[in-house]
Design a protein around this ligand. Structure first.
Ligand SMILES: *Cc1c(COP(=O)(O)O)cnc(C)c1O
Length: 470
């Protein structure tokens, strides 16, 4: 069943058996978003090396990584130019801060390059260490902006249920994940959520285009119920990633833009996943046709080789913050970390040289769309969606009746188990099976991935038939 190839033991870490790694892992390492006891009992899968779009685990199994690590390894694994950039910068200047009226060449050069590859309203960047810190920065910057303009009552940030904006206090509050809000007294005050533009769940009976306008109208309703003079900003992911690769109808974002403009509300595009080519344009807002005031980025900016995040600040806000703001009391030790910035520079140059955005837009994006559409003939598949190199397959009980599986069956997790067992990393969000492979993937590799996906859908169907779930 496995797509196995046996490799030599990993070179960098000490050599231990899988059992030994799992035991030490269970004894000392608290994993993110994990049931600690459950994992300790089951044992982690130990990933030891990677190349291009493939991973290998400690037992030598080869795995096709259709999730780019965690939505981030856009240029694929093993890119020497990123490694070289880090090595050179580590030797030259491994760290210096940007607090003491000081700066470093990689941070300056990255800021300059970002202002070239982002939409024209962006000329300035604020660096952070992650996407969550980026969204914390958004909250502080948005409120600071309205303060400076003498409208301190503009505090409320509107976001969406099932959006994901990170795991710090502000990031988790902006996000609309009910499980996260249930722990630790979130959201923080003055953050409110509207429903997501998820047609299959919320729009049945309407055309997708009709539904897109209806879903956007929920923003206007909320603005009016709060009072427009109290609303600071709206934040959303162009395509919801962690929420299940929910691609909104084409009518949605232009209408959101119109509503923000109508009430003078700032528009924030969380581009942590959609940025740097994922959607087939440099940024998701370009695919969706919006002109945001702020853009959060992280993940793909370094292809995950090293942590880095930040916020692109549009001229509307930058002008006010710079000319009227005085000191902005916010920042991180690693804001503009020279090694991280050097890796980001190498990463963006590689994306440019290899024309990866064009590759997604003209070649593998359309090819993936065609391949995913062909899954609709499978009895379990209720809908498929793609945008650039993100895709979702929704598993349903009865597609003719538009009927989902009861959530306690965890059909998505069953399917994910088959993926793991067959050398494919695909993520389950409820019953949406999602992918976001490295942008360097080829058509032949997409074919290879589709064979695995179909096999896993068939195995899941067999389980469903055997267990009487249909
Ligand atoms: C991953 C993610 C974040 C959080 O980034 P971290 O680097 O994990 O803090 C924020 N927004 C979106 C859309 C993300 O996918």
């Amino acid at each position: 069943m496995h797509n196995n190839i046996v490799l030599q033991a990993p070179a960098v870490a000490s050599q231990r058996s899988t059992r030994e790694w799992q035991q030490a892992d269970a004894e000392h390492f608290l994993h993110p978003f994990t049931d600690f006891a459950g994992l300790a009992k089951k044992g982690s899968r130990i990933i030891t090396k990677a190349d291009n779009i493939y991973l290998w685990d400690s037992d030598g199994h080869k795995i096709l990584d259709a999730m780019s690590g965690l939505w981030c390894v856009n240029v694929g694994y093993g890119q020497a130019s990123l490694v070289d950039a880090a090595t050179r910068q580590m030797k030259e200047l491994p760290f210096y801060n940007a607090f003491f009226q000081t700066s470093t060449p990689p941070a300056i050069e990255l800021a300059e390059l970002l202002s070239k590859v982002t939409p024209p309203q962006f000329k300035h960047v604020f660096f952070t260490g992650s996407g969550s810190e980026g969204n914390d920065t958004v909250v502080r910057m948005v409120r600071r902006y309205w303060d400076i303009l003498g409208q301190p009552e503009r505090q409320v940030i509107i976001s969406r249920h099932n959006g994901y904006h990170g795991s710090t206090m502000a990031g988790a509050s902006l996000g609309g994940m009910s499980g996260m809000h249930a722990q630790g007294g979130l959201p923080i005050p003055n953050i409110t959520h509207i429903d997501q533009p998820y047609w299959w769940e919320n729009g049945a009976g309407m055309s997708r285009d009709e539904f897109g306008k209806v879903a956007a109208s929920w923003l206007e309703e909320r603005i009016l119920s709060i009072g427009p003079e109290k609303v600071a900003a709206f934040i959303g992911e162009p395509v919801q990633g962690a929420g299940g690769v929910i691609v909104p109808p084409a009518t949605y974002w232009p209408e959101i833009q119109r509503i923000c403009d109508k009430y003078g509300i700032l528009l924030v595009s969380d581009e942590v996943i959609c940025g740097f080519g994922r959607t087939g344009q440099w940024f998701g807002c370009e695919t969706m046709g919006t002109k945001p005031d702020l853009m959060t980025f992280a993940k793909g900016v370094t292809s995950g080789y090293i942590p880095l995040g930040g916020v692109m600040v549009g001229e509307r806000m930058a002008k006010v913050l710079i000319e009227q703001g005085g000191e902005f009391n916010h920042g991180f030790t690693y804001s503009g970390h020279p090694v991280a910035c050097a890796v980001a520079l190498a990463n963006i140059r590689l994306i440019q040289q290899q024309k990866l955005v064009e590759h997604v837009h003209d070649d593998v994006g359309p090819y993936l769309a065609q391949q995913f559409a062909s899954l609709n003939d499978h009895p379990l598949v209720g809908e498929t969606q793609t945008c650039g190199l993100m895709g979702a397959v929704l598993l349903v009980k009865d597609k003719a009746k538009h009927q989902a599986f009861p959530s306690d069956l965890e059909v998505g997790m069953v399917c994910r188990g088959h993926c793991f067992g067959n050398g494919l990393i695909m993520r389950a969000v409820g019953d949406r099976m999602i992918i976001a492979p490295p942008l360097v993937i080829t058509r032949a590799q997409i074919d290879e991935m589709m064979v695995l996906i179909r096999r896993c859908l068939d195995l899941t169907l067999a389980d469903a038939q055997k267990n009487g779930w249909l």
